[in-house]
Design a protein around this ligand. Structure first.
Ligand code: GUN
Length: 290
């Protein structure tokens, strides 16, 4: 069997077309949706993500602000900038790219962002709202995964969903979203004893650990939907320098029913959902000003 491919580029293109229409409708009412992105340091992967986020805004007819700080910047400078962006009515979304340098307290930074502009959905208030089943902003990567499942009508009610990875950015919010759709959710992590025992039971398997090709075909239930959130650059071997996911695509596609590729799977959806959250923030502001 060869799995069907869940193409994140195609779904993103479709959704971004709709976003551009919403951005144009807002602009016609005098509101140009605007996302502010803060990058601290010189991590090359973060720099690429930020560049893609800013480019995504431009393509959708949205404004963006990009502030880049040196890796040794005084955190007070970044806090002052966040306060300024919080107070600026022309800014609808604020995002601080993670990870931050070691001398920052990342939680304090995320808490400094006004919850109604927290388009990443990482502020404790927004995490709590998601957990209570009443989200204000859904974290972008899990939000994108849910859109991908929806686009293929993957049955969720009563399905066994297994998430590998328990990060605040992906694993935990992913569990909340799948639970809200009545999946039976298992969250595995680095200390899980028999990973394959769990993954082999999954109707829906979400891999979000950041370890290249660690989920192999023999760990997958035949016909399962496999969502690969990992983006890893191979360091050695015949494919050195290439991007790959947490799933060993070649063996997994022979077993799975539906599978996301890397690149071109979840990655583009993350940015699409960031743009969606920013448009939603702007629409709330425009609605309140009516
Ligand atoms: N670093 C990795 N993923 C993300 C994300 O979704 N948002 C932010 N702000 N930083 C990240």
């Amino acid at each position: 069997m060869t799995a069907r491919i869940l193409d994140g580029n195609a779904l993103s293109a479709q959704l971004r077309g709709q976003l551009a229409e919403r951005a144009a409708a807002l602009a016609a009412r005098g509101v140009q949706p605007c996302l502010a992105v803060i990058l601290v340091g010189e991590d090359p992967a973060s720099a690429v993500y930020v560049r893609n986020k800013v480019a995504g805004c431009e393509k959708a007819g949205m404004r963006s602000i990009k502030d880049v700080y040196a890796p040794d910047v005084d955190p007070a400078v970044v806090f002052a900038r966040i306060a300024e962006l919080n107070a600026d009515p022309a800014v609808h979304g604020i995002l601080v790219q993670l990870p931050l340098p070691k001398h920052f307290d990342p939680e304090a930074v995320l808490e400094a962002i006004a919850p109604e502009k927290d388009v990443d959905g990482f502020h404790a208030e927004n995490v709590g709202a998601l957990m209570q089943g009443n989200p204000r902003f859904i974290p972008c990567t899990p939000y994108g995964v849910m859109q991908m499942l929806k686009s293929k009508n993957v049955p969720l009610k009563g399905a066994e969903a297994v998430i590998v990875g328990r990060s605040n950015i992906v694993g935990k919010p992913m569990a909340m979203l799948l639970l809200a759709q009545s999946c039976t959710v298992t969250v595995c992590h680095s200390q899980s004893k028999d990973l394959a025992f769990h993954t082999k039971r999954a109707d829906i398997l979400v891999a979000a650990v950041g370890r290249a090709r660690m989920i192999t075909g023999d760990m997958i239930k035949p016909g399962a939907t496999v969502i690969d959130v990992g983006i890893n650059r191979l360091q050695s071997g015949p494919d050195a320098g290439k991007l790959c996911g947490d799933v060993d695509f070649e063996s997994a596609k022979e077993v799975a029913g539906l599978i996301t590729p890397v690149p071109g799977g979840v990655g583009p959806m993350t940015i699409t959902m960031l743009l969606t959250n920013t448009i939603e923030a702007a629409e709330r502001v425009a609605g309140a000003a009516k």
